[in-house]
Design a protein around this ligand. Structure first.
Ligand SMILES: [Zn+2]
Length: 341
């Protein structure tokens, strides 16, 4: 059985909106790999719909996804585990290391803020990892989700280690205001200033999925020189355009956030937050999730992959700014590739 169904609507989407735009090679800076049959864990601080799309993503699944979705492109990815609350990080990192050896793709270590700096350094070096992936859910449990600061889950001690190693730090920022949150912006500037050799990647353009999530953050952050942004799981062309204006095509990177972007959906903005519109029933009962809603009939049948929507949004941003083929190739491949050569 195929990993997932590719329908006519998907082939048409690729043929009409992506095929002539995508370069020959894609480098995905943000892909998750994790084992099947992992015990389900509760994670009350994040949304629930990602778990409804894929229960695992083996390295073979990742390669098969790329083959199915991008028939004309070669594909590489930077991989890391799935940072779920309660997950066994040692197991997740061992799995990711094996996936990296199998595919030849680079990988990041999932890092818990409680790891000692020495343990972190050893785990990165011994595992052949290129840096760390940190996640807000590892912040101390007594901190309310709305109050989590970056340094609560990405410690200065760990940043010192990454600075010395010139390591990559993949960062998914917290807080309800997302990118525009002044504490997030201040903390990002502090990392940029104090850890100049860290190669920081702000995932999902700082979770700015709606126009209202941007505020003046990109304007302020445009003064930085190092930090990069990936647009994984982001389908907002306007936000991508602002990111390109702020940091240029040199510091924006394609990331997929696979496997969740295998989801069949399109995203809209409603009352200042994003809503994923999915075919009714396809992802279980989503009625309690304010970020999900369902479509029926012809509207549902017109839905294609989240990842296609993301790349098409980037195309619209690139075209709005008149990006050259070379600039597009940078964002979708070369910027990431250069980080590993
Ligand atoms: Zn992710």
């Amino acid at each position: 059985m195929a990993l997932f169904e590719v329908r006519d609507v998907d082939r048409r989407f690729y043929d009409e909106k992506l095929r002539d735009f995508l370069p020959e090679k894609l480098f995905d800076i943000h892909a998750h790999v994790y084992a099947p049959h992992k015990k389900a864990v509760r994670d009350s601080r994040t949304v629930s719909w990602p778990k409804l799309v894929a229960g695992w993503n083996t390295p073979d699944d990742l390669l098969e996804t790329a083959r199915l979705m991008f028939p004309d492109q070669s594909y590489r990815a930077l991989m890391f585990g799935s940072p779920t609350d309660g997950a066994d990080l040692t197991d997740a990192n061992a799995y990711c290391k094996a996936a990296s050896e199998k595919t030849g793709f680079p990988a990041l270590l999932l890092a818990h803020p409680k790891m000692t700096p020495d343990a972190l350094r050893d785990a990165v070096i011994e595992g052949g990892f290129h840096g760390i992936k940190v996640y807000l859910t590892f912040a101390p449990p007594q901190i309310q989700p709305a109050d989590i600061r970056i340094f609560d889950f990405l410690t200065r001690k760990h940043l010192e280690v990454m600075d010395a190693l010139h390591g990559i730090v993949m960062l998914h920022i917290a807080r309800p205001l997302r990118l525009r949150d002044p504490y997030n912006v201040a903390d990002l500037l502090e990392i940029e200033r104090d850890f100049p050799h860290v190669r920081l990647i702000v995932a999902h353009i700082g979770r700015a999925y709606c126009r209202c999530d941007v505020g003046d953050a990109l304007e302020v952050l445009s003064e930085t020189k190092n930090m990069r942004f990936d647009f994984s799981a982001n389908t907002n062309a306007w936000v991508m355009e602002q990111a390109l204006r702020a940091v240029g095509p040199e510091r924006l990177l394609f990331g997929s956030d696979l496997p969740i972007t295998r989801m069949r959906m399109r995203r809209i903005e409603r009352d200042g937050h994003y809503v994923n519109l999915v075919p009714r029933g396809m992802y279980g009962d989503v009625s309690s999730d304010p970020n999900m809603d369902e479509l029926d009939g012809a509207e549902a049948e017109a839905l294609s992959f989240f990842l296609y929507e993301e790349l098409y949004a980037f195309r619209q941003a690139a075209e709005a700014l008149g990006l050259s083929r070379e600039d597009v190739r940078r964002v979708l491949y070369a910027n990431a590739n250069e980080m590993f050569t």
